[in-house]
Design a protein around this ligand. Structure first.
Ligand code: NAD
Length: 247
């Protein structure tokens, strides 16, 4: 049985549906009510604020009570808001920290202690964790922390046969990325990714499915960037654009 946090929208909903279609019993945990949607996908739903450790514990407890075991956790719930570091605010930084660090850390701990050998955890980070992006400092710092948590968890839970991996998306077509300035986001994807386009939630779901499957039975502690190649190097289009705007 699998828990997908933030599974009511975007990448999480694609992951939940993919795992459900692959035969897993899936509980979607989300701060917003997606009960009817989850039911229509053949999944269960539990309203959970993953930034609250007690709620994450209760989620894992309830899932095991309902299904007798927990095999997969996808720590996907996330929030985004850009601001220059010059305008960073402790309250906003803390919101990122509570969900992306405390939430993920608690999810790992509470899920792993209920898993047996073969359990798999995937954490969702971001391309912003591995390169600098203007206005994404507060968010990115917590997404980098998710990579670090993944590595430590893989070390500590490896002997118990539990794998912990991470997927770091680039720009994916979801409400989180497209709510503000969708034209600019699409243009960035077109210019800066090596594939020249935005990614689809289903393309993330396919990678997460691989990570939790037995096909990845010897993979742990790893972060896979699913970013259309953005992190690999500058695109030809990006170079041409830069040269055309330089004297
Ligand atoms: N879309 C992108 O371009 C992109 C890029 C890099 C990383 N990511 C990461 O992918 C993950 C999924 O993002 P998405 O693009 O699908 O966004 P989305 O906004 O479509 O979905 C996020 C989901 O998380 C839920 N959520 C928010 N706060 C929560 C909380 N406290 N507890 C439980 N659920 C909560 C939301 O209700 C929503 O259903 C996030 O961790 C995000 O940081 C997305």
């Amino acid at each position: 049985m699998a828990i997908v946090t933030g599974g009511g929208s975007g990448i999480g909903s694609a992951i939940a549906q993919r795992l459900q279609r692959a035969g897993a019993r899936v509980v979607i945990a989300d701060i917003h009510d997606h009960e009817a949607q989850a039911a229509s996908w053949g999944c269960e739903f539990r309203r959970t604020d993953c930034a609250q450790p007690d709620e994450v514990t209760a989620l894992c407890e309830a899932a095991v009570e309902r299904f007798g075991k927990l095999d997969i956790l996808v720590n996907n719930a996330g929030i985004a808001q850009g601001a220059l570091l010059a305008n960073s605010e402790p309250a906003r930084s803390e919101r990122f920290w509570r969900l992306h660090i405390l939430g993920v850390q608690t999810g790992i701990r509470e899920a792993a202690k209920r898993m047996t050998r073969g359990g798999a955890i995937v954490n969702i980070s971001s391309i912003t964790a591995v390169r600098g992006f203007v206005q994404w400092g507060e968010y990115a710092a917590t997404k980098a922390g998710i990579i670090s948590l993944t590595q430590t968890a893989a070390v500590e839970y490896g002997p118990a046969g539990i794998r912990v991996n991470c997927v770091a998306p680039g720009i994916i077509d979801t409400p989180l990325a497209m709510n503000e300035a969708p034209d600019m986001v699409a243009r960035n994807a077109n210019v800066f990714t090596l594939l020249g386009r935005i990614g689809r939630p289903e393309e993330l779901a396919a990678v997460v499915h691989f990570m939790v499957s037995d096909d990845a039975s010897y993979v742990t502690g790893q972060t896979l960037l699913v970013d259309g190649g953005w992190s690999a190097g500058p695109s030809i289009k990006g170079i041409e654009l830069a040269l055309s705007t330089t004297d």
